[in-house]
Every structure is written in structure tokens, then in C-alpha cells.
Design a protein around this ligand. Structure first.
Ligand SMILES: C[S@@+](CC[C@H](N)C(=O)[O-])C[C@H]1O[C@@H](n2cnc3c(N)ncnc32)[C@H](O)[C@@H]1O
Length: 319
């Protein structure tokens, strides 16, 4: 579904309770709809929220077998950049069903978005900076970014007009300021425009512990030194981030590991849908090594190793 122009609108998916209750009786159908919705969202930083069920099964299995092989039994795990949380929920279930009774915290840049109701026919889903993520006009949903084929159909003109009109409207109505004062899902002050907070999480992930966190932007004190395993799937790449940013992210990941060290699992699903991941182990002295690879391993493996380095352990020394 997510290959098509039409995806479900945030309004229907999150705010139309009757529709949502109906979908909850058909969880598989709801899964597909959510997958299409999240995969259609692109953040202004150039990263999508694309995710899908069972995407990381082989990575999850590798985390288990590697933990067993090196004699580390994870107690607390952190999943970074989880999008809808579906793959985090699957990781948790995989760990529990294989006897690892550990906790998993799901984090993302933010789980919050806001639906701005301009009138009965026009809604705009925006991020925390009031940047559009999706438009709904006359019941038709449009991504806030322009697919190549949109050029063919002239959609880009519609998008351009919508973007310019919304920017002018948001400036006039102080949308960004109203969102900035929003705190912990309290009620927005009455008046125009009506803004609804939306929690960007799958129905399957509602029981997860969710934390707003962006390792690029530094330390979340409550996460420091807490985790034995950190998974960063489909977040760190050379297109969206510069090398200094990737190094900084790696060091901030290390700060989230317990003092005795642990595992960082990082990589991406390549264009053929195959996972290329590396599992890095850090010891208590801060030395890092690669203990396992899935597929070809992470494309930024050496950069991460150097950034984590307090003395590099032999790569594959523990295999
Ligand atoms: C492609 S999705 C990956 C989802 C899931 N991990 C997977 O592999 O299916 C990328 C996610 O990274 C998040 N993200 C983008 N920049 C980030 C940052 N600097 N720190 C943390 N998360 C970030 C996005 O919000 C998005 O949900």
C-alpha cells in the first residue's frame, strides 16, 4: 500500500475513533494501513519514518546468539529511531519468547505530531517545528514531499501551493508558537486554529516505554549508563548526517551503555530489503570491537569503531 499515492490521513487513523475501533477488529488490515502511513512520512531532516513488520528478524536473532556467545545476558535494551515502534515490539517479543526477560525502551526524535485543522476540508499534520508531514484536502491525502512521479502528474504544483499557503497561514496564526507551548499533551488553548496532538505510534506498540531522544543532539540524562544493548536500525547514514555528526552520535550511544560495556547494533536495510548490520561490543575499559555481522555489516562500521574507541579490540576477536 505504501507504494501508492493514496495513504490514510492522520485524521482518520488517529482521530476518527469509530473508524479506528472498526480497524482494531481487523489487526492485520490495521497493520498494513499503519505501515503505509508511517512509510509515507519524511522528516525535514531527510529521514523517513519507513518501517515494516518482521524487517529486523535476522538482526534480532543475531543479537540473541551473539549475547549468548559472548556471555552477556541483556537486562535493559534501548531501540533508537523506532518510528511506529512495530519492530521494537517484535524485538521485545523475540527476546521474551527466547528466555531473555529484559526490558526494551523505544526512543525516537519525537513521537509527537500535531494535526492542524484549517477548515473542514483541510488538515495539515506537522512536526514539533510546525513543518508539514502530510496534507489532507477534500478527503485526499498528500505527502508533504514530492515523489518523482508527482512531477509527471503535476502534483508538485499542488504541493507547492499548499506548502506556501500553509506557511503563510501558520505564520499569521502563530501555529509554531502554539505548538512550542504545548507541554505533555495538555489541552491546547481554545481558539483558531484547532490543533490536535497526535501520538505517532502503532497500535501494536502502545504498551512500550517511549522516550523522546536524539543521540545526535546529546545526552538524555535519564538514559545515561543504563543499557546493555542498543539497537540503531535505519537511522545513521552518510546521506542524512555528516561524519562529525555520525561520530558524535556514536559517542552519545556509548554514553547510554552501562559502565561494564555492552553491545551496539547498528546498520541499515539495503535497497534489496536485506539487512547489513554490525554488532559492536564495548568492554568496561571502553575498548570496542566488532563481534558479529549480519549481511555485509554496517557501511559506517569503521567510522563507528573509531568514534567508540578507547582502544580498539580485535575485530571478530570474540567469534
Ligand atoms: C527509517 S525509520 C527506522 C525505523 C526502525 N528503526 C526500522 O528500522 O524499521 C528512521 C527513524 O529515525 C528517526 N530519527 C531521525 N533522525 C533521528 C535522530 N537524529 N535521532 C533519533 N532518531 C532519529 C525518525 O524519526 C524515524 O522514526
Amino acid at each position: 500500500m505504501h507504494g501508492d499515492i493514496m495513504v490514510i490521513s492522520a485524521r482518520r487513523l488517529f482521530l476518527d475513533q469509530e473508524f479506528r475501533n472498526r480497524l482494531l477488529t481487523q489487526p492485520q488490515y490495521l497493520d498494513d494501513i499503519e505501515e503505509g502511513f508511517f512509510s509515507s512520512l519524511w522528516l525535514p531532516c531527510g529521514i523517513s519514518k519507513m518501517t515494516w513488520s518482521r524487517r529486523l528478524d535476522d538482526v534480532n536473532a543475531a543479537i540473541r546468539t551473539t549475547s549468548q556467545k559472548i556471555g552477556r545476558s541483556p537486562q535493559h535494551c534501548l531501540d533508537i529511531g523506532v518510528s511506529s515502534g512495530v519492530s521494537t515490539q517484535e524485538w521485545l517479543e523475540d527476546l521474551h519468547s527466547n528466555g531473555f526477560l529484559c526490558s526494551v525502551v523505544a526512543s525516537d526524535l519525537t513521537f509527537r505530531a500535531y494535526l492542524v485543522r484549517i477548515n473542514r476540508q483541510l488538515y495539515v499534520l506537522v512536526d514539533q517545528d510546525a513543518q508539514p508531514l502530510q496534507y489532507e484536502i477534500l478527503g485526499i491525502t498528500l505527502r508533504a514531499w514530492c515523489r518523482r512521479r508527482y512531477y509527471l502528474f503535476g502534483h508538485f504544483i499542488t504541493l507547492w501551493v499548499l506548502r506556501a499557503a500553509f506557511r503563510a497561514y501558520a505564520r499569521k496564526m502563530g501555529v509554531a508558537g502554539r505548538i512550542a507551548h504545548w507541554d505533555n499533551f495538555r489541552i491546547f488553548p481554545a481558539g483558531s486554529p484547532v490543533i490536535y496532538p497526535v501520538r505517532l505510534v502503532s497500535h501494536r506498540a502502545e504498551a512500550l516505554t517511549l522516550v523522546d531522544d536524539a543521540p545526535l543532539f546529546g545526552d538524555v540524562q535519564s538514559l545515561r549508563g543504563r543499557f546493555d544493548v542498543i539497537r540503531v536500525a535505519n537511522v545513521m547514514n552518510r546521506i542524512s548526517f555528516s561524519e562529525p555528526e555520525l561520530r558524535l552520535m556514536a559517542r552519545n550511544l556509548r554514553a547510554r551503555l552501562v559502565p561494564a560495556g555492552g553491545l551496539i547494533v547498528q546498520g541499515r536495510t539495503n535497497g534489496r530489503g536485506v539487512n547489513d548490520f554490525s554488532i559492536f561490543e564495548l568492554d568496561g575499559a571502553g575498548r570496542a570491537g566488532v563481534v558479529h555481522r549480519v549481511g555485509l555489516g554496517s557501511e559506517i562500521e569503521s567510522l563507528i569503531l573509531l568514534a567508540l574507541d578507547g582502544g580498539i579490540m580485535d575485530t571478530y576477536a570474540r567469534n
